[in-house]
Ligand binder design. Sequence first.
Ligand code: HEM
Length: 402
Amino acid sequence: MLEEGYPFISNRCERLRTDVFRTRLVLRDVVCMRGSAAAALLYGHPDLTRVGAMPATALWLLQDVGSVQQLDGEAHRHRKAMFVELLMQPRAVDRLVHLFRDAWLERLTAWQSMRQVTLLPEASLILTRAVCRWAGVPLPDQNGSRTAKDLAGMIDNTGRFGPRLWIALSRRDRAERWLQQIIENVRAGRWNPGPETALHAVAFHRDPEGDMLDIRDAAVEMLNILRPVVAIGRFIVFTALELSRDELWCHLFQGGNDELIEDFVEEVRRTAPFFPFIGARAKKAIEWEGHGFPQGQWLLLDLYGTNHDPRLFKEPQEFRPQRQLSWRQQDYAFIPQGAGDTATTHRCPGEAITVEIMKESVRLLCREMDYRVPAQDLSVRLNRIPAQPESGFIIDQVQPRR
Ligand code: HEM
């Protein structure tokens, strides 16, 4: 797995001519699977849970204990409704996109005097500033660069071991303590973020029994909003990479063609290696398509492999926006951020935000600025999780476009 990375499950499925196989990973028995039927299983079966389905360090850096992703049944649906309400309403999405645009244009001024601009950390900084403003969270550092590093570091180091992982974990601790403090201030009336903000909603959210969230769980959920917005920076970099492969794309988008931008970024979400697999565990013995899984069985669904399955996507390695994919289809083939019904399954509630911010980044890159992409290492190693162009995507000679 460490050597092969993203294609690990698909490689074996091809070799064994199957969509399901059993192996051992990190000393545990696991059933690996890919394809639409497997996606429907992991995003639909009531006897599966996400508890105990991810390596502990990845869990701590990403969703964490106490988060919505670790809940099942009614408790999950109740908490999930808060995320759907906060993240999927068009007004809320628009407000975040506007703040993102403003933060980008503000940063564009600084880029003009920089010899080189590395887009990955810059996108993290812009997104940190935008999402904190949107959520009503005051930044602990004046310009947000330390916070951006902390949030981006949690994503960068999910697939790592050793010192980099430990540093990321301690930064996560720091971020959690910072958010706990803010939530305490909100509850005590010392900080008023405004009633429509995510911070207000999380601070005063009540569970089905009518109790407010434990302060730590509330901080975990706040982080579950801030960190993944910063993670969109990776998709922005893959978008910029795809634009740089053929300058005709930018020419096309400079002349309008707004409706094509969505097709373009959705194809980026299908092809870009981001979340490789998702795990689940059987709460009791289950039968599925002739396979029997005992209680406790660990299952791993190949998100990347399903998005690249030639039976679902013709010539899947080709970048083709004309496939006209959309997160709204809610099918079990195009699943970069999970599958099924967002309100009732573990499917990501941040897809609308992700797609709209990616679309805005295309408008900004093509219509608001001129830049050069100098020679650099743009290779994407598939055994680095999460993947990125090696250089982080460098641009230079940045100028606002007249
Ligand atoms: C940057 C791109 C993103 C990727 C690749 C991504 C990926 C995913 C995936 C694969 C899941 C499913 C987890 C599972 O099945 O257990 C998920 C769930 C989740 N995502 Fe995202 N996500 C992204 C952006 C966002 C954004 C922008 C937000 C919020 C602002 C967000 C918040 C969440 C939450 C709260 C869950 C847990 C949902 C649940 O368990 O019901 N994500 N994400």
